[in-house]
Design a protein around this ligand. Structure first.
Ligand code: DC
Length: 234
C-alpha cells in the first residue's frame, strides 16, 4: 500500500489555498483541514461573547473561556466538504463574513489561542493522509511534512478574488478598496506576530498563482504530490 504523507499548504490570505487544498484532498482521498476556519470560529465565539469591542480584546475573558469553545468540522451531506462548527453549531457561512475577517488576525496572534489550535491540528494529522492549509503548517504545526507548498499572489488579485467570492455569496455593502485594505492588513499582522508568524519554510515549494488558471494550478499541485509520494515509498 502507498504510504501516506502530510501536505502543508501555507501562504497569504485569499490566494486560493483552501480551494487547492480541498481539491487535492478530494483527488487523492486525503482528509482536508482548513486551519483558518478554526481561528475564524474562535473569533466568532469572541465576538458573540463580547470579548471583542472597540476598546480592544478582552484577552483574559477569552482565555478563561477557552475550555467552553469546541471547534470541530462536520461533513456536508451533499458536497462532502467540511463545515466548521462552534460547539456543534454549523457556522461555516458566518465565519466567512467581513466582521470575522476584520477581527480574526489579532485573535490568531494570541499565543494561548495558537497553542490550543496547534495541538488540535497535530492530533488531526497524527495518521498522515492529510492536506492542511494555513499560515504556519509547514513551519510550526508539521515542520516535518513531506510536502510543503507556499502560495502567494499579488494583493490586488487576491482582493478581487475575495470580492467576487463575497458578491457571489450575496453579501452587500462591500467595496473592493476595503477588501484590499483588509488583505494587506491581515498579511502584515500575520507576518509580524510574535508566535509562529507567516513565513515560508526553507524547504517549501513556492507557487505564485497571480496569473495561473485553476486548472494549471491543480495540475502543478497534483504533479508535486505524485513526485513527493513516489520519493517517499520505501
Ligand atoms: O486562511 P484564512 O483567511 O481563513 O485565515 C484566517 C486568519 O487566521 C488569518 O488572519 C490568518 C490566521 N491563520 C493563522 O494565523 N494560522 C493558521 N494556521 C491559519 C490561519
Amino acid at each position: 500500500m502507498q504510504s501516506k504523507i502530510i501536505v502543508a499548504i501555507d501562504g497569504h490570505s485569499s490566494c486560493g489555498k483552501s480551494t487547492m487544498a480541498k481539491w487535492l484532498a478530494h483527488q487523492v482521498g486525503y482528509i482536508y483541514v482548513d486551519t483558518g476556519a478554526m481561528y475564524r470560529t474562535i473569533t466568532l465565539y469572541a465576538l458573540r461573547s463580547g470579548f471583542i469591542t472597540s476598546a480592544g480584546i478582552d484577552t483574559e475573558g477569552l482565555k478563561a473561556s477557552l475550555g467552553n469553545i469546541k471547534v470541530s468540522f462536520r461533513l456536508d451531506p451533499d458536497t462532502h466538504l467540511p463545515l466548521a462548527c462552534l460547539n456543534n453549531e454549523v457556522v461555516e457561512s458566518e465565519i466567512r463574513g467581513m466582521e470575522v475577517s476584520d477581527n480574526v488576525s489579532p485573535i490568531a496572534a494570541l499565543p494561548f489561542v495558537r497553542e490550543v489550535m496547534t495541538a488540535q491540528q497535530q492530533q488531526m494529522g497524527r495518521e498522515k493522509g492529510i492536506v492542511m492549509d494555513g499560515r504556519d503548517i509547514g513551519t510550526a504545526v508539521f515542520p516535518d511534512a513531506e510536502l510543503k507548498i507556499f502560495v502567494t499572489a499579488s494583493a490586488e488579485v487576491r482582493a478581487r478574488r475575495r470580492y467576487d467570492e463575497l458578491i457571489g455569496k450575496g453579501e452587500t455593502g462591500i467595496n473592493l478598496a476595503d477588501i484590499e485594505r483588509n488583505v494587506v492588513e491581515r498579511d502584515y499582522i500575520d507576518s509580524h506576530r510574535e508566535v509562529n508568524p507567516l513565513r515560508q519554510a526553507p524547504d517549501a515549494l513556492v507557487l505564485d498563482n497571480s496569473h495561473m488558471t485553476k486548472d494549471e494550478q491543480n495540475r502543478w499541485l497534483l504533479s508535486q504530490f505524485e513526485t513527493c509520494v513516489a520519493a517517499h515509498q520505501q
